[in-house]
Design a protein around this ligand. Structure first.
Ligand code: ADP
Length: 730
């Protein structure tokens, strides 16, 4: 094995590595170094999780940065961006400035230029490029983490467009793509003109197998007998792991399923805990309760955590997720029952991974999951430093299913990664952004961009997508987003703004129609936002149906779109109701209905509320910018206010005070009810009086007072104007 001293890296880099337990390279790392990645060579590193890919990327970035260069690290998810930020902070001691930027799509990003290593989501990088940010011309190494995301139907094309643009820069930056062990990684390395480092090596070896009839059969020919007690195979497998001192991750296809299996396992796991563990788990529960949520989900979570088990899905709030992840990393929570989103998210390994359902429901049909998805889940098995071996086990219902699972998944190969650029949805967004980023663009220039894409690399050219590109161009011309000028394409003012505010042109068409035809109304505008393809919709439960049916009957006049007939077109009608339910959630939110009430009434999680609120805030901002571009002053003002109300979840009357840090929807209401209704009121109220109000206290009151005085100064400098949208978070 290669020692780090042989790397020809500055002394302080080697010292930092040693401080983090890195003395010699793992085999895939050595292969990458021997193939010249530290000398600027482009490469695809395809290896399992924890095989050391990120560390190779870190070394390439640090080397360039210490030579005066700059690095861009692209990730698919915000949670991963934050995780990487923590990881890279080890280099701050060397004077390296690391930053994260994942939000605020409508910005040029001048403030990001100070970072040596910038971690961005793919979407944020795309948005910065649309604003012509000069950041990219200064970047000389780009890392694309989880590059297999190119295959993802809704988001793969964005990563592809970003990388295609980066490849075209002069001089081109070094590109390092990190990937799971996919079948056609060589096509990606061919595309980026780099070497392929492919490895199956793992720091903790992985055994994969199928469980049926009390026995796990592994791919290496070994067997393991598991006692059956609980009447549930996954619970038995998890209990077996915990009895032997390990931890388990159970993957379930639905949220409901993950919560049910958590309850079922918790009654078994509870008996395997030590007194000390039980005490520590009660402390975790106390922390959970102190975080303030009191709804069906938080109560169920508290019950299972007390017994050493948790569930983990997108409905959890960020605090709940953090508590669960931390409790698991501390080896107090012994079992997590999760939906597959965990497999693609933060790194949370366990000794044994149990996959209960290899099918998931898609549009009402149960379909088998792709092999790639199985391998991602299986790859979570084995905690480096704690486990000698990791185990991934699929649960079979009968002998026939056992053979099928063995063949398809355990011995199967992950699917090929295929470009998703050819979909018209993707093309519509990216063609507009390409045209809008230049003053004028001939069709040849547009097509030459596509000739550099991964799509063209895989398909031997872009000919096959020409008809789709033509369709999209027609759509953009018909709706006035682009026009033909001197035989070249040019974006209109509206088209340019739509590309910049980062919405699908189809969303923009709906918004423009709504603005032109609808009266100003809260629920009407919220519903309009919820009809756009950029807005996710809430799932409609059986219980919801009569409630929203009646709601629609009582509010017939406020909807922009025609209400589908529920008898002749039940599918369309249900879709419509799910849009209405989503709009209703937002309406409750800005009417200051308590979060826990929304969670229980609409059968959602706190995490869903935040996610929807964030997207709705962005779309409302986009709608206000569109209204502004169209010269619609009243609508712009209305939408701006609505955007702020969505951001904080408040009625209009609280807008005056909620902008201050430390004042959210709850405190703003307390202040308002105490007669403190504006910044001016805050200025004239004593510190003691503010501090004496419920849920405020001296520390927050001081913070508020400090801000009021600096706000005062700012206001003197810049009178009037609309509130600023929240800027990039770091
Ligand atoms: P990947 O990106 O492939 O998932 P990472 O680079 O994040 O893997 O490495 C996983 C863990 O192993 C990290 O905590 C990292 O610091 C550690 N690690 C990586 N390379 C080495 C090494 N050569 N020696 C010791 N620890 C290492």
């Amino acid at each position: 094995m290669m020692l780090i001293d042989e790397l020809n890296l500055p002394e302080q880099v080697l010292k930092t590595l040693e401080e983090h337990g890195v003395k010699r390279l793992y085999p895939p790392q050595e292969a990458a170094v021997r193939n010249g990645v530290l000398n600027g060579k482009n490469a695809v590193l395809a290896a399992p999780t924890a095989a050391g890919k990120t560390l190779v990327a870190e070394l390439c970035m640090i080397k360039k940065v210490l030579e005066g260069g700059r690095a861009l690290y692209l990730v698919p998810l915000r949670a991963i961006a934050n995780e990487k930020f923590q990881e890279f902070s080890k280099w701050c001691g060397l004077g390296v400035k690391v930053g994260v930027s994942t939000s605020d799509y409508d910005s040029v990003g001048y403030e990001l230029e100070k970072f040596d290593i910038l971690i961005c989501t793919n979407e944020k990088a795309d948005a910065l490029m649309r604003h012509g940010s000069s950041l990219f011309s200064k970047v000389n190494v780009v890392v694309a983490d989880e590059v297999h995301l190119l295959n993802e139907p809704s988001r793969g094309a964005t990563l592809e467009v970003v990388l295609t643009k980066l490849k075209k820069l002069a001089p081109p930056p070094q590109i390092l793509a990190l990937s799971a062990t996919i079948k056609n990684a060589d096509e990606i390395s061919g595309w980026i003109n780099g070497v392929l480092i492919f490895s199956d090596w793992r720091p903790v070896p992985l055994k994969e197998g199928v469980f049926f009839g009390g026995v796990v059969e592994f791919n290496d020919g070994t067997f393991s007998i598991v006692e059956e007690h609980a009447g549930n195979a996954a619970v038995d497998l998890a209990a077996d792991t915990v009895k032997n001192g390990g931890q388990a991750l159970i993957f379930e296809s639905t949220r409901r399923g993950s919560m049910a299996i958590a309850s079922a396992s918790s009654s078994v796991i509870a008996h395997l805990l030590t007194r000390q563990e039980r005490r520590s788990l009660r402390e975790i529960v106390a922390e959970l309760i102190a975080s303030g949520e009191k709804n069906k989900i938080s109560e169920r979570l508290a019950l299972t955590i007390e017994r050493g088990v948790a569930f983990h899905h997108a409905g959890l709030s960020a605090i709940q997720r953090r508590i669960v992840e931390h409790g698991f990393k501390e080896n107090l929570i012994k079992v997590i029952c999760a939906t597959p989103t965990l497999a693609a998210g933060v790194n949370l390994p366990a000794r044994r991974v149990i996959i209960r359902n290899y099918r998931r429901s898609e549009g009402g049909i149960r379909t088998p999951i792709p092999v790639f998805e199985y391998k991602q889940m299986a790859g979570r098995a084995g905690r480096p430093k704690y486990d000698v071996v990791g185990e991934a086990i699929l649960v079979a219902k009968n002998g026939k299913e056992k053979s099928l699972l063995m063949k398809r998944y355990v011995k199967g190969e992950p699917e090929r990664v295929e470009s998703k650029l050819s979909s018209e949805n993707a093309l519509r967004c990216h063609v507009l952004s390409l045209v809008a980023s230049s003053n004028e663009m001939t069709e040849e220039e547009l097509l030459s961009f596509f000739s550099g894409s991964f799509y063209a690399h895989q398909q031997g050219g872009y000919v096959k997508i020409l008809p789709a590109i033509k369709n999209v161009l027609k759509f953009l011309l018909d709706h006035g987003f682009i026009r033909v000028l001197n035989e070249a394409l040019a974006a209109s003012l509206l088209g340019k703004r739509v590309a910049e505010v980062y919405v699908d042109p189809l969303s923009a068409v709906k918004i423009v129609n709504g603005l032109k035809t609808m009266p100003l109304s809260e629920i009407g505008y919220l519903h309009l936002i919820c009809t756009t393809p950029d807005m996710p919709r809430l799932y409609l439960t059986k219980k919801d149906y009569p409630f929203f049916h009646e709601f629609v009957e009582n509010n017939k006049d406020i909807f922009m779109t025609e209400i589908p007939d529920y008898e002749s077109d039940p599918v369309e009608y249900e879709w419509f109701l799910s849009e209405v339910k989503t709009a209703f959630l937002l309406k409750e939110w800005i009417s200051e209905v308590e979060e826990d009430v929304i969670v229980d009434f609409l059968d959602v999680g706190a995490g869903d509320i935040y996610r929807l609120v964030e997207i709705a805030e962005w779309l409302t901002y986009a709608a206000s910018e569109i209204a502004k571009t169209l010269g619609m002053t009243d609508e712009t003002r209305f939408l701006r206010k609505m955007q702020e109300r969505i951001k904080y979840g408040i009625k209009e009357e609280l807008l005056g005070i909620v902008r201050l840090e430390g004042i959210g929807r709850v405190r703003a209401r307390i202040l308002f009810n105490a007669g403190i209704r504006s910044i001016n009121d805050l200025k004239h109220t004593s510190l003691e009086k503010i501090a004496s109000l419920p849920k405020i206290g001296l520390e927050t009151a001081r913070k508020i007072k400090d801000q009021v005085s600096s706000e005062e100064k700012k206001r003197e400098l810049k009178a009037g104007g609309l509130n600023q949208v929240k800027l990039t978070e770091f």
